[in-house]
Design a protein around this ligand. Sequence first.
Ligand code: MN
Length: 245
Amino acid sequence: MRILITNDDGIYSPGIAALARIAQKFGEVKVVAPDVEQSSMGHAVTHSRPLSYKKSPINFEGIEAHRVNGTPADCVALGTHMWSQTDVVLSGINLGPNLGNSMWHSGTLAGAKQAVLLGIKGIALSTPVGKDEPKFDALEPYVEKVLALLLQDKHLGLFNVNFPQKPTGMMWTRQSVQFYDGKIVPGIDPMGRKHYWSTVIPLDPAEEGSDRWAVENNKVSITPLRLDLTNETLLSSLQSSHPLD
Ligand code: MN
């Protein structure tokens, strides 16, 4: 199996090193990842300047790795172009969760989504960060279980996986969709100029069975996703209530 690995934290993140190491148990691994952090860049693609890559063996022992001056979606487009017949793209392991509404701006998930747009299975993997770096050695058995489960399925699919810091099990979940959790907080810089922080504020309690609920309850959350955003119920209702010529 040919496994292409990317992330949005940049090629020097400990999360991508851990994922590449674990993924080697499942097949041939190559890494194509952004040269600098691209977190919260969503599914941005670079179209107004050329992309280039450099060999980047630091962080990866015995694995071919390249850093790209682009976004996670760029890395997947370029990586699958350079390495034909990629079977699956893994994106992560992100330093920080990608639950609920954060899927909309996640660069980690965008790496997996870009794979699916190109007809390749895509799996995004994320974990919360406390005061210290995540303990990837402790997560390894669960990362392995998730990969064993999702890689054996021959169907094309898009999956968003979130690991709690200390997993006690795994759950199939749905995306928690509540009011958006972004908030702008104004501040003053040392020169006395106004500036603004884009922050996250706590939401209502998570719905049972959702991705947020799973991670809050120390379960690994696996959410199957789709790219089609069409509201099918509303579409049928509009087609009958407001037929168009
Ligand atoms: Mn990130």
